[in-house]
Design a protein around this ligand. Structure first.
Ligand code: GLN
Length: 392
C-alpha cells in the first residue's frame, strides 16, 4: 500500500497540506467550542433570499443553468457593478458564474497561467491561492505585508515582478489582515501590472464589508486596468450564504471565453435555483448593504474589545471580518500551540497565523479570529477568552 500511495500521488499535490481553517472547525465541533476560526456566519441568511431560493425550486429552476450563469443573474451582476462602482460590464461576454469564488479563482488561473509562469502573492495570504498556483504548475513569488498596517515595500513588490510574471493575486479587502488597500497602493500595484504586462486577479469577495472611512476600490475601475483585470467575487459573504456556492468572475471577453471553458469542464455550473435567488439579492435596496456594514461594525467592536481585555494586541481591521491578533502581548509565542490549547481549554477556536504564511514559523506570533457571528456568540467568546487565556 505504501508503494501505491507514492505511485498514485500526483506530484502537483505534494506541497498541499490540509486546510487548517477547516481542521479548526472540526476541532471546534469536537470540543463544543465557539468557532471563531472558519469565516462563515452563525446567523440566518436574509429571509428574502431564502424565500427566493425556495420559490426558484418550486418554480422548477432545477436543471442546469447556462454553463456560464443564468441570464438574470448575469444581468444582476452587471447592474450591481454599475450601481456600486459605475463600471460597465457586458453580461453576455464578460461574466462567468462559478461555484463560489473558490472555483472562480482556480478557473481564472487555469485559464490564464502556463506552467512556469510566475504568480505574485501578498503574504500573509488566504490559504487557497498557493495551491491554486500549484495546480497550474505556476511558480509563486511572495511579497510581504508588514504589520501594524500590513503595508508593502514598493521595491520589494517590484523585485517580485519579472518578464515571467503572468499575474498578481490581490485580495481586497484582505483576509486574514482586514487591510483595505488604499488608492495609492492600488496604483502602485497596477502600475507594475502595466509595466510588466501582467494581469491582476483580484478577489473582492469582502467588497461590501468595510469600516469607517475605508472604501473599497475595484481594481477594474483603475486607469488602463479594465483590459487586464480579472475580478472574482461571490454572494457568500455579502448575503451570508457561504454554503450556496454562487460566485462569479468578471473579465474582458477574450479572457472570459477561456475562463468559461475551464469552468464548464470543472463544474458545468453553479446551483441553478440559487443563481436565481442571488439575482434577486443583488437587487436589494441600498439599505441592505448599509445595514450589513453597520452590523459588522458592531461585531468588530465587540470582538476588538474582548481581545484587548484578554491581553492580545490587534489593529482594527478596515474591511472583511477577521482580526489578526498578536499573541506576544499576552506572553505567548506559538500560534499553532495556542490555537490547539484554546479550542480544548478555553473553548474558543481561532486559526494559527502560520496558515497564512509560506514559512509557518513567520506566522507564529499571530492568530486570526473571525467575527461573522451573532452579537451574543461574540460576547460569549469574549468572556471565555478573558477568563480562559490567563489559565493557559
Ligand atoms: N474564507 C473563509 C475563511 O477564510 C472560509 C474559508 C473556507 O473554508 N473556504 O475562513
Amino acid at each position: 500500500m505504501e508503494k501505491n500511495a507514492d505511485r498514485f500521488r500526483a506530484a502537483r499535490t505534494a506541497g498541499f497540506t490540509e486546510s487548517v481553517i477547516r481542521e479548526m472547525t472540526r476541532l471546534a465541533l469536537r470540543h463544543g467550542a465557539v468557532n471563531l476560526a472558519q469565516g462563515f456566519p452563525d446567523f440566518p441568511a436574509p429571509e428574502a433570499l431564502k424565500e427566493a431560493a425556495a420559490r426558484a425550486i418550486a418554480d422548477d429552476r432545477n436543471q442546469y443553468a447556462v454553463t456560464w450563469g443564468a441570464e438574470p443573474l448575469r444581468r444582476a451582476i452587471a447592474a450591481a457593478y454599475m450601481r456600486f462602482y459605475g463600471l460597465e460590464v457586458d453580461a453576455d461576454a464578460e461574466i462567468t458564474v462559478t461555484c463560489g469564488s473558490t472555483e472562480g479563482m482556480i478557473a481564472a488561473l487555469l485559464a490564464t497561467a502556463n506552467p512556469d509562469d510566475e504568480v505574485v502573492l501578498f503574504e500573509p495570504f488566504y490559504e487557497n491561492y498557493g495551491p491554486d498556483a500549484d495546480l497550474c504548475s505556476a511558480r509563486r513569488r511572495y511579497v510581504r505585508l508588514r504589520p501594524p498596517d500590513w503595508t508593502f515595500d514598493l521595491e520589494e513588490l517590484r523585485a517580485a515582478f519579472s518578464p515571467k510574471t503572468k499575474a498578481i493575486i490581490l485580495n481586497n479587502p484582505h483576509n486574514p489582515t482586514g487591510k483595505v488597500f488604499t488608492a495609492d497602493e492600488l496604483m502602485q500595484i497596477t502600475g507594475l501590472c502595466l509595466e510588466f504586462d501582467a494581469l491582476c486577479i483580484t478577489d473582492e469577495i469582502y467588497e461590501h464589508i468595510t469600516y469607517g472611512e475605508a472604501m473599497h476600490i475595484p481594481v477594474a475601475a483603475l486607469p488602463w486596468m479594465r483590459d487586464r483585470t480579472v475580478t472574482v467575487s461571490s454572494a457568500s459573504k455579502t448575503f451570508s450564504v457561504t454554503g450556496w456556492r454562487v460566485g462569479w468572475v468578471v473579465a474582458p471577453p477574450e479572457i472570459t471565453a477561456s475562463i468559461r471553458k475551464v469552468h464548464d469542464f470543472l463544474t458545468v455550473g453553479a446551483p441553478a435555483p440559487l443563481q436565481y435567488a442571488v439575482a434577486e439579492a443583488l437587487a436589494l435596496p441600498d439599505s441592505y448593504f448599509e445595514d450589513l456594514r453597520s452590523a459588522y461594525s458592531r461585531r468588530r467592536e465587540i470582538l476588538l474589545k474582548a481581545l484587548q481585555e484578554a491581553g492580545l494586541a490587534c489593529a482594527a481591521p478596515e474591511g472583511a471580518y477577521y482580526v489578526m491578533a498578536d499573541i506576544r502581548a499576552a506572553g505567548f509565542g506559538d500560534g499553532d500551540g495556542l490555537c490547539r490549547a484554546m479550542v480544548e481549554r478555553v473553548l474558543v477556536a481561532a486559526v494559527p497565523g502560520g496558515s497564512f504564511f509560506q514559512n509557518k514559523s513567520e506566522g507564529a506570533p499571530w492568530i486570526r479570529f473571525c467575527f461573522c457571528k451573532k452579537y451574543e456568540t461574540l460576547e460569549a467568546a469574549g468572556r471565555l477568552l478573558v477568563e480562559g487565556l490567563r489559565k493557559i
